[in-house]
Design a protein around this ligand. Structure first.
Ligand SMILES: [Zn+2]
Length: 245
């Protein structure tokens, strides 16, 4: 296990201690986004004032195009962790994300809980998605976010073998349950400001799609992204994850 101080990343040691014994160390290692126990993941650097908007579970023809328009309006680049089978179904949308200047990452082929998926299928989920994205976008995929943040050492090793940096997050809420945009933005603002007080950048998760299928309503998530862009644009820098290494 690497010391967060030694690595200069914003790992959640305090949060781990606060969870107590009830949750159990193994669940913590497998699921807590800032845990480094099962292998190092990119969360966020010690760079307060920097924010990374990341969008999971797309591409989604119902909402990803509107999100891209919004990001253009604000001249901000973001990172999209795509589900492989949706990318295969929507190659034009994948290309539009890339040509708009955003980074794309691997979010598995079918969004299983990889902490509990057999090794052979883990390899297939990651390999097939990277190959599909590379074929569509014309460039290797260098970042991977495990669905639900669920992982075990084999999952992270496989991602690294395929040339990808595993990524988690440190600012998320339940936007996939479609609460109001105000509620989503409010919760994320608290999380971002909390990270800032810790001296950390914020790696923010929102969802432009749903792993249940194409076409999900992500209006509140996209509107919340608009609120965050308006609130932080003059005081913070929005980063693609590859600008953090
Ligand atoms: Zn997901």
């Amino acid at each position: 296990m690497l010391s967060p101080l030694a690595t200069g990343i914003c790992a959640g040691v305090g949060a781990a201690a606060g969870l107590g014994l009830a949750w159990g160390g193994c669940a913590y290692a497998a699921l807590w986004p800032e845990s480094q126990i099962f292998g190092r993941t990119l969360t966020a650097p010690r760079k307060p004032g920097e924010l990374a908007l990341t969008f999971d579970d797309g591409p989604n023809p119902a909402w990803t195009p509107r999100l891209l328009d919004l990001l253009v309006e604000h001249n901000v680049r973001a990172t999209f962790f795509m589900v492989g089978k949706f990318a295969e179904a929507e190659p034009g949308l994948v290309r539009r994300v890339v040509t708009s200047g955003h980074l794309i990452g691997n979010h598995s082929w079918s969004h299983p809980n990889l902490a509990m998926t057999a090794a052979g299928r883990v390899t297939e989920e990651l390999t097939r998605t990277s190959e599909t994205l590379q074929q569509i976008a014309g460039a290797p995929v260098k970042y991977f976010r495990p669905p639900y943040g669920a992982r075990r050492p084999f999952v992270l090793r496989t991602a690294r073998k395929l040339g990808m940096v595993p990524v988690t997050w440190n600012a998320m809420t339940n936007d996939w349950e479609e609460p109001s945009a105000d509620a989503i933005a409010g919760w994320l603002t608290s999380a971002i400001d909390r990270q800032e007080r810790r001296g950390c950048a914020a790696n923010i998760v929102l969802h432009d799609g749903s792993h249940h299928g194409l076409g999900a309503n992500r209006g509140p998530s996209v509107a919340a992204a608009g609120q965050l862009l308006a609130r932080y644009k003059s005081s913070h820098r929005f980063m693609r994850l590859d600008e953090w290494g």
